[in-house]
Design a protein around this ligand. Structure first.
Ligand code: C2E
Ligand code: CA
Ligand code: CA
Length: 722
């Protein structure tokens, strides 16, 4: 080292290097007592020159760094070596200052005379590095899928490390309850932890955290003892030696409160600029972590639930089913399909359909037991697992479902009817595994549909065979029109007043070259399901008009032809104009054309009324078919522009013996007449039935007693003989 020269130039150099140095500079004797310090030293340590000079350096050093610091200073003072090291001191006002220190021996005439050096304040640098490392560690934990609790704990520990002497906590907002709940408070006193655990209220004066969550602004309480925000919780805080609490709201990207991040101190304290920046970082990190887990939870929920109805989806259902079946108790699997849902969806729009499905899901859920699982299988299909249950209890639940769905739905002010068809398979009789049980309940559901819908069927082995046949029919049905296998037969309807045939009903016949005659009850439901009923229905209408022309040409101008309509045809957007076209093209008298609709088509009262009114403007007549089997709501009939009511065959079958059926039939006839409607009795097979209906005022009768459905030629000879 060059010797200092006692000259003006040297003094200048000394002044700039030492006195005015930005870093703290010092000189000390061989005992380690300060002999000289500069202004920067005074600032970093908080002590004046007078207080420091003559003091050993050890008084400044933080205890944990003392041994290493002594070691490095002695290297200079004893060994004459230069040394650089990191240490930390306690500032006069109590906070820790991290320093990078250089100690250089002063050697004169080969003798060590003292030590000079400088110390750089690296507190911020160290904090930043710690913070960065900590931040990376936290993000890594998130990425590795640690639990939210673990991640929040590590944020709290990191901040306690960075903000020396602090205790930190993270509270999480429970939006349902409107309170803050504990997220992490690793080192807060046990009693205080319990207090947080019970939930912290959110409000304009609810401690630091409750207020921060409420105002969405940082709330700095320097002294809990004096601050009115702590009026309610002061005692528990002070009892646990907590004096200062700074709380920052944790917000998400849309400024929603996710929780709070709080820093406590044992002594009253204000944050400095650096503290605030650090806490803001912690708050941000906390927000990132919570949002990540929130979206993960949402994704998890979405992965296992049906978005529309909120019911479990197939994945969750499968898990629960395999668990339930594993217990080896009797269980039942229900396959529920809504009847004609597609029509509702197509005519009213998907929004209506969606709302309806939601309501249906709610109702199904309310009809099963708490531990049963209902899931959405897709579309308008639901599956339900009834765990640990006997067959008669299954039936009770089935009736409950049928009953609860029979009340009309109010969707956007519209009244909508919907019915289910339900198939049931039983564990273990019908299958060991879920997939087999579902397949069989599906088969049984189809049977329920075939048996008239709005009902349930338990699986039995014969159903499988039937389904095979059904598939075959479906295949053959696609070719039926261009292969000319269809024909329309006509069943006479007798007018009781004139005892003449005033109407005939067109009934479809399918003669398959291999399978023979296939009854409409077998193929029409299939055609309705796959949409083929639309071209088939058009063909029927044209055929009926052709028949009208034929009859007129033979002089039977007065005979009406009734055509059965399917719900799918009826709700086709261009249905009425299509009918008008056929009437025009075939040049028939529209008054001779009658349409038969069933009660189930009247699901949407307003829409049905509108379509019927339009139809009527063409001049055609309308009958309600199979009356009494549907919703039996005579009150609705009032609003429909209809002409005739056909009492369903099921009431007529036993009418000569069954008093109840007699009452119902009489009642229907009476009510219909009051509404100005004509009544047809269907399926009359015996003279007793005919007599009862005639005596009770029925207007017309139809049935095997008078005639089977007839081919065109058969009809002509029947009419000639009549
Ligand atoms: P539906 O409209 O109720 O037709 C009356 C059914 O009762 C006919 O059965 C008829 O043959 C039968 N029937 C008539 N009198 C008697 C009787 O005295 N005793 C008994 N046991 N049955 C009698 P079919 O022809 O098998 O038709 C069954 C159903 O198929 C019809 O019931 C109707 O819903 C449907 N259907 C027939 N043709 C058409 C059509 O062209 N279009 C549509 N959409 N459906 C049709
Ligand atoms: Ca009919
Ligand atoms: Ca009928």
């Amino acid at each position: 080292m060059k010797k200092l020269i006692d000259s003006k130039a040297a003094i200048e150099v000394y002044n700039t290097l030492f006195i005015h140095n930005q870093d703290a500079s010092y000189g000390m004797d061989l005992e380690g007592r300060f002999t000289i310090i500069n202004d920067a030293f005074v600032e970093i340590s908080g002590y004046t020159e007078e207080e420091m000079i003559g003091q050993p350096f050890q008084v400044l050093i933080r205890e944990k760094d003392l041994p290493l610091t002594v070691h490095h200073v002695s290297r200079a003072a004893v060994n004459g070596e230069r040394s650089r090291f990191e240490t930390s001191i306690i500032h006069k006002n109590g906070h820790v200052v991290n320093l990078f220190v250089a100690a250089i021996p002063i050697i004169r005439n080969d003798e060590i005379k003292g030590v000079v050096g400088y110390a750089k304040d690296i507190t911020e640098e160290k904090r930043t590095k710690k913070l960065l490392d900590g931040q990376n560690k936290v993000l890594e934990m998130v990425a590795k899928g640690f639990s939210l609790k673990d991640v929040l704990d590590s944020i709290v520990l990191l901040m306690e490390d960075v903000l020396t002497g602090s205790l930190c906590s993270i509270l999480l907002m429970d939006h349902d309850l409107g309170i803050l709940k504990k997220g992490s408070a690793v080192n807060l006193p046990l009693e205080y932890n319990h207090f947080i655990h019970l939930g912290v209220g959110v409000g304009p004066a609810s401690g630091s955290c409750g207020t921060a969550a409420y105002s969405q602004r940082p709330v700095i309480v320097e002294d809990i003892e004096k601050d009115s925000l702590w009026n309610e919780h002061r005692n528990i805080a002070l009892k646990n030696n907590l004096r200062a609490c700074w709380s920052y709201p944790v917000l998400d990207n849309h400024s929603r409160t996710l929780g709070t991040f709080a820093v406590y101190y044992h002594e009253s304290k204000r944050p400095n600029h650096m503290d605030m920046m650090v806490i803001e970082k912690a708050t941000y990190l906390t927000s990132l972590a919570i949002q990540h887990y929130e979206s993960e939870e949402k994704i998890n929920y979405m992965a296992y639930h049906d978005e529309l109805t909120g019911l479990p989806n197939r994945r969750l259902f499968d898990l629960q089913t395999s668990y339930a079946l594993g217990k080896n108790k009797n269980s039942a699997l229900l396959f529920i399909d809504l009847d004609r849902f597609k029509v509702i969806n197509d005519t009213l729009g998907h929004d209506y359909g969606d709302l309806l499905l939601k309501e249906v899901a709610d109702r199904i859920k309310s009809s099963i037991r708490l531990h049963d699982t209902a899931a959405r299988q897709g579309g308008d299909e639901f599956i339900v697992l009834l765990d640990n249950i006997k067959r008669n209890e299954v039936e009770k639940i089935l009736y409950r479902i049928l009953h609860i769905l029979s009340t009309p739905f109010q969707i956007n002010g519209k009244e909508i009817f919907v019915t289910p068809s339900i198939g049931i398979s039983m564990y273990p009789e019908d299958g060991q595994h879920e997939s087999e049980l579902i397949r069989k309940s599906d088969v049984a559901m189809y049977q329920a549909k075939k048996d008239g819908r709005n009902t349930f069927r338990f699986y039995d082995m014969n159903m499988d065979k039937e389904q095979e046949e059904q598939l075959k029919i479906e295949n053959e049905l696609r070719k039926v029109l261009y292969k000319n296998q269809l024909s329309l037969y006509f069943q006479p309807i007798i007018d009781l007043q004139s005892n003449k045939v005033l109407s005939i009903e067109g009934l479809l016949r399918w003669n398959h070259p291999v399978m023979g005659w296939i009854p409409p009850a077998k193929f029409i439901p299939i055609a309705e399901e796959n949409g083929l009923i639309i071209p088939i229905g058009t063909w029927v209408m044209e055929e009926a008009c052709r028949q009208l022309q034929m009859l007129a040409s033979k002089g039977y101008h007065h005979i009406n032809v009734a055509v059965n309509l399917s719900i799918r045809q009826f709700y086709q957007p261009n249905f009425v104009s299509m009918v008008a076209n056929i009437i025009r093209n075939k040049r028939i008298n529209p008054e001779r054309l009658h349409f038969e609709i069933t009660e189930s088509m009247t699901a949407d009262v307003q829409l049905t009324t509108a379509i019927l009114k339009e139809l009527k403007t063409l001049g055609v007549s309308i009958s309600i078919d199979d009356f009494g089997t549907g919703y039996s709501s005579l009150s609705y009939l009032r609003s429909f522009p209809i002409n005739t009511l056909k009492i369903d065959r099921s009431f007529i079958k036993d009418i000569s013996q069954n008093k109840e059926d007699q009452d119902i039939a009489t009642m229907i006839i009476f009510m219909a007449h009051k509404l100005g409607l004509k009544v047809i009795g269907e399926g009359v097979e015996t003279s007793e039935q005919a007599k009862f209906l005639t005596d009770n005022g029925c207007d017309m009768l139809q049935g095997y007693y008078f005639s089977y459905p007839l081919s065109e030629d058969e009809l002509l000879s029947y009419l000639r003989e009549k």
